[in-house]
Ligand binder design. Structure first.
Ligand SMILES: Nc1ncnc2c1ncn2[C@@H]1O[C@H](COP(=O)(O)OP(=O)(O)OP(=O)(O)O)[C@@H](O)[C@H]1O
Ligand SMILES: [Mg+2]
Length: 423
């Protein structure tokens, strides 16, 4: 989880069988310099015949391009666009590597001097990374062809020898994770309305993926992969772990269980069975982070409280207790009815059984109903006294909450191989 994460660890679930992600070899692709990745892309959406739910409204704004329309950059061009990958252009860092700010001409996408043209985000593979060609290919295959207002736009890529880079539209306000959890003064607290707006945007993106004719399971839904533009429109990024939906059955069995600790659905972690509803679980965890202001996983919290889901379930289920779980940075400024509905929705999303979770279409509809309530003056009289604003990085004060411990460290760790791995 980018710049704030001290460790990224993925799960590999031994013993699971079946499909292997697309080829890792360079020879399998037909990369050329015109920007077409024909072999990559033509196979990406042909593996699944999962039943389409194409009438979904979320699909209307999006489309699957026949051929990705991507610019092929040379390494020299991206070096120039990012001032030689100068440290002061670093926007963040994730499991793949660092993300740099770069400048390109709006029309030609040729590099220009910093401060001119259009800003882009350039993600550069770190040779030490646990990720590599496979994730890079997946990103190009999926994001290169999926087009939707709530998916981040991939503009192009570079592949020269061992240098793998991806070029995206620049998302001015960075990640949701930064807004919810970064320290002092860096970001203003997100209001209830903004949280809802972000949740609705992200739900639209996920609903589009699930409803599109080649059902896509995103597999890595988390706060750091939700990026925000200048108006807090949310866009989902990072398709390195995305998969086509199951063919002829409900679940897809993966050889390697990958995702992020704290967000990955229990059935997936335990068995490698991946469902569209596994994404809904991840969405529920993010909703819970937005309601509570707490990270999905935080090993600096007292024993028994590391997992937000485990801790929060009783609070979500009890309307009298809910206010104690809400993020103090909201300062009680939310409609109680909306919060109760959001809590009930969250609880359904994080249900243990995939079949008991709602579809993303239903999630979206419910969020829109909550949105319609908008913000009314605090309905919970006690809310503001219970929600004293805290400084960033300071202990969230929940008077009677078991999560009143210091926050920070050991956060949102990505899972690989059942072991925590430092990046
Ligand atoms: N298109 C973008 N525009 C602006 N900032 C970006 C963009 N893409 C990434 N970032 C910044 O870079 C950070 C790292 O992103 P990245 O996707 O590499 O890692 P991550 O999501 O934090 O972790 P993971 O590797 O597990 O996905 C993000 O948190 C965000 O702050
Ligand atoms: Mg990411």
């Amino acid at each position: 989880m980018g710049n704030t994460c001290s460790s990224i660890d993925k799960i590999i679930c031994p013993g699971s069988s079946a499909s292997v992600p697309s080829s890792r070899t360079k020879a399998s692709s037909s990369l050329n310099t015109t920007g077409n990745l024909s072999a990559f892309s033509s196979t990406t959406f042909e593996q699944s015949t999962g039943s389409p739910v194409s009438s979904d409204e979320a699909f209307i704004d999006g489309k699957i391009l026949e051929v990705p329309n991507l610019r092929v950059f040379t390494f020299a061009e991206l070096k120039s666009a990012t001032k030689n990958f100068k440290p002061d252009t670093v926007l963040g860092e994730g499991g793949f590597g660092k993300v740099f700010k770069g400048w390109v001409d709006e029309k030609t996408l040729n590099p220009v001097k910093s401060g001119f043209g259009m800003v882009v985000a350039v993600k550069k593979l770190d040779p030490e990374s646990m990720q590599g060609l496979e994730e890079w290919q997946s990103e190009v295959n999926f994001l290169g062809r999926l087009s939707h207002p709530n998916l981040v736009k991939l503009l192009g890529y570079c592949w020269e020898e061992k240098d793998l880079l991806l070029v995206y539209e620049f998302m001015t306000k960075g990640s949701l994770e930064n807004h919810l959890f970064r320290r002092a003064g860096a970001f203003d607290p997100l209001s209830w309305i903004l949280r809802l707006k972000i949740a609705i945007g992200a739900a639209r993106g996920l609903a589009f993926l699930h409803s599109s004719e080649k059902r896509v399971i995103y597999r890595d839904f988390k706060a750091s992969n939700i990026l925000l533009d200048s108006n807090y429109n949310a866009k989902i990024s990072d398709f390195g772990l995305a998969k086509n939906g199951p063919v002829g059955s409900d679940s897809h069995v993966t050889t390697r269980v990958m995702g992020t600790n704290g967000y990955a659905a229990p059935e997936y972690v335990a068995t490698g069975h991946l469902y569209v509803k596994s994404d809904v679980y991840g969405f529920g965890v993010v909703l819970l982070e937005m309601l509570s202001g707490q990270r999905a996983l935080d090993i600096s919290r007292p024993i028994g409280q590391h997992s937000l889901v485990d801790w929060a379930k009783p609070y979500l289920a009890d309307r009298k207790k809910l206010a104690r779980m809400m993020d103090p940075r909201l300062e009680g400024q939310y409609p109680l009815k909306g919060a109760l509905q959001a809590a009930a929705l969250t609880l359904r999303c994080i249900a243990g059984e995939p079949k008991n979770r709602p579809s993303m279409k239903e999630v979206l509809e419910t969020l829109e109903e909550i949105w319609a309530l908008k913000v009314r003056p605090t309905e919970s009289k006690n809310a503001s006294s219970q929600h004293k604003p805290r400084r960033h990085g300071q202990a969230p004060v929940h008077p009677r909450s078991p999560l009143g411990a210091r926050q920070g460290g050991g956060v949102g760790s990505r899972v690989v191989d059942h072991s925590l791995k430092a990046r």
